[in-house]
Design a protein around this ligand. Structure first.
Ligand code: SF4
Ligand code: SF4
Length: 228
């Protein structure tokens, strides 16, 4: 499966190992989200994509690398245009990778999308006390009794009515743990992605023009995308 994500020149080394870890976390997150959705009969209205409007994901350097690798492997011409851009053009509707006119999936990078997009609406968060909480997306229709009357649940009511949802923060912590310290290097997707594509092109031997810097914390390996 990973061979449909990564360009051929990138299938070895430390970055490959790290992206393999990202892939494994993404797969588990999606399975947990799908299971929560199925056992609770939750779904999005057909054609809805409102969560991508007015929203721009903040992503980890490794998430930018994963998405960049998918683009280079699967949408090379678009990847080259993005690499040249320096930053993605703003989209007044929100995420620059969102296309409201596509009939089926509005996300134009669906297999490469970041964690938050894989879990949104079918995962929970931790409250201040650390207990799980789940909120129904405001675009989803209300639920029949006994779950009607509110759109947020926690504590025993959550357990009784939905069971424990997958938690965004837990999968996020796993991602941040792949490269310690990465959590502080989050960047908005439009800024992070072009630089990550340059790095992937360079590392995959596809002619990226970026000159990778060395990372003091990782002298062995080629630089992950830099925060600029
Ligand atoms: S999560 Fe909410 S806003 Fe996003 S597609 Fe589903 S119903 Fe629409
Ligand atoms: S990456 Fe895709 S799913 Fe995520 S906000 Fe952008 S368009 Fe939406």
């Amino acid at each position: 499966m990973l061979d449909t994500i990564l360009p051929e020149g990138l299938r070895f080394g430390v970055l490959f190992d790290r992206l393999t870890s990202v892939h494994s976390i993404y797969i588990r997150a999606e399975e947990a989200s799908a299971s929560f959705r199925a056992r609770n009969g939750l779904s999005c209205p057909p054609g809805c994509g409102r969560c991508c409007e007015g929203f721009i994901p903040d992503i980890l350097p490794l998430e930018a690398s994963y998405l960049a690798a998918w683009l280079v492997r699967n949408r090379p011409e678009r990847a080259l245009r993005m690499a040249d851009s320096g930053t993605l053009p703003s989209n007044l509707r929100g995420c620059p990778l969102y296309d409201p006119d596509r009939p089926d999936a509005h996300c134009t990078v669906y297999p490469g999308r970041p964690l938050i997009c894989r879990l949104f609406a079918f995962s929970g968060v931790r409250t201040r006390t650390g207990s799980p909480s789940y909120s129904l997306c405001r675009e989803m229709p209300g639920l029949p009794p006994p779950r009607s009357g509110t759109r947020s649940w926690e504590g025993p009511a959550l357990e009784d009515l939905f069971g424990t949802p997958p938690l965004m923060s837990d999968f996020g912590a796993e991602l941040e743990g792949i490269v310690p310290g990465d959590g502080s290097r989050r960047e908005a997707l439009p800024e992070a992605l072009p630089a990550a594509i340059c790095q992937i092109l360079f590392l995959a031997g596809l002619g990226g023009k970026d000159d990778p810097s060395t990372d003091d914390n990782d002298p062995v390996l080629p630089p992950l995308p830099r925060a600029s």
